[in-house]
Design a protein around this ligand. Structure first.
Ligand code: PLP
Length: 414
């Protein structure tokens, strides 16, 4: 069923804000999403009525907090069709990817072996692999993108060899909105027995994602981009891999036994995934993320995808009609998520964003933590990015286009 953004908007208190006298039009969803009252209330209720530390207290509050934390894990697992144990709570996508780098990758990638990424990665899916390749003297290979903004699958295939241990690829580009063909990529990985890590920061919040269907080994995503709070993210790790991996962070909650003699401490780790969640976790964050997932489930991920596709199609068509506007990425809205990225000839991206802000329109300008991609696009000063979510409307897109036209006519150079 189609979603009704006008109805959903009522759940988001921040959307009542005025910015510079104009109603807020929030098109910076790829950076972080706004939060519905249901999520804000879930966190508030936890602190007001159930707050205690988890998994280590016999008193009522601790039991309640533990139950809420554990139930949240199962809701979040179900959301991506994973097993409960396969969900490791971390702070963010960035931490999830670094987690794989510090654990599985350091243990399993050796000198002369290869990690393959693409030129459309966010820095969070480049730098951890640079660190691993430096430490392990492994090779980091980077697949090109095609001139139209898709992954160059031929080049990717050429880069993958028998020495490839890991392919780390973004599901949806945070700049171009391109949706990568994971089915194709997982096949390439399996042919050489390499693992596949998927950066799901821009896909999990916006479309149905089923880890069993994708068959990736690792999937990383952030709560704050999917209506949840900041400071909570998820690393999905396939169970059979998780059981083999040594914890990187040790601490409270990670063990079933520790025994220290004079010159040695031995340890029996707790079961998965608890052995990976050292110290007091972000309990309220996990509960807030579960409320976000519940909200998204109710609206329907397919409906969200369709709604964003509609807004993207309109924005792309109108932007492409405009003189002096260069739009990046694939022509078809069906193959891209709700992200449109462009530049206005003669204006710096920050000038465009600042102008739009005067009318209450929040867009992002800069390199969006994807410098190699901007170099490949020849957009050295960066780009302007408008990214949509379930509460955005056609009227907002039209207002944004109208103000952009106004800007272009104001700064017209003959
Ligand atoms: C594709 C992609 N990967 C990773 C990240 C990093 O996410 P976080 O800052 O939540 O760790 C982002 C954030 O914008 C992103 O868009």
């Amino acid at each position: 069923m189609a979603l009704n953004p006008y109805k959903l908007r009522k759940d988001f208190p921040i959307l009542n804000r005025k910015i510079n006298g104009y109603p807020l039009i929030y098109f910076d969803n790829a950076a972080t999403s706004q939060k519905p009252i249901q999520v804000i209330e879930a966190i508030k209720k936890f602190y007001e009525t159930h707050n205690a530390n988890i998994h280590r207290g016999m008193h009522t509050l601790s039991q309640e907090a533990s139950d809420m934390y554990d139930e949240s894990r199962s809701k979040i697992a179900k959301f991506i069709n994973a097993e409960e144990e396969e969900i490791i709570f971390v702070r963010s996508t960035t931490e999830a990817i670094n987690f794989v780098a510090c654990t599985w990758a350091l243990e399993n990638i050796g000198e002369g072996e290869e990690i393959v990424i693409s030129r459309m990665e966010h820095h969070s899916n480049i730098l951890p692999w640079r660190i691993v390749s430096k430490i392990k003297k492994a090779r980091l290979k980077v697949a090109n993108i095609s001139p139209v903004g898709s992954l160059d699958y031929e080049n990717l295939q050429e880069l993958i060899t028998e020495k490839t241990k890991l392919i780390a690829i973004v599901h949806v580009s945070n700049v171009l909105g391109t949706i990568n063909d994971l089915e194709k990529i997982v096949k390439m990985a399996r042919e050489v027995d390499a693992k596949l890590l998927v950066d799901g920061a821009q896909s999990v919040p916006h479309m149905p994602v089923d880890v069993k269907k994708i068959d990736a080994d690792f999937l990383a995503f952030s709560g704050h981009k999917m209506l949840g709070p900041t400071g909570i993210g998820v690393l999905y790790m396939k169970k059979e891999i998780e059981e083999e991996v040594e914890p990187f962070f040790g601490g409270g909650g990670t063990i079933s036994d520790v025994n220290c003699r004079e010159d040695e401490c031995s340890v029996e780790w707790a079961s998965i995934p608890l052995r990976f969640e050292a110290g007091t976790p972000n309990i309220a964050g996990v509960i807030g993320l579960a409320a976000a997932v519940e909200y998204l489930d109710k609206v329907g991920m397919e409906a969200i995808r369709i709604h964003e596709e509609k807004l993207t199609k309109i924005a792309l068509e109108k932007l492409r009609e405009m003189k002096r506007v260069k739009v990046y990425g694939l022509r078809e809205a069906e193959n891209r998520a709700g992200i449109v990225t462009f530049n206005v000839e003669g204006l710096h991206p920050h000038e465009v964003a600042s102008f739009l802000d005067q009318y209450g329109i929040a867009v992002r300008s800069g390199h969006h933590c994807a410098l190699p991609l901007h170099r490949a696009l020849g957009a050295f000063d960066g780009t302007v990015r408008a990214s949509f979510y379930l509460y955005n409307t056609i009227e907002e897109v039209e207002f944004f286009i109208g103000e952009l036209k106004e800007l272009i006519s104001k700064f017209s150079i003959s």
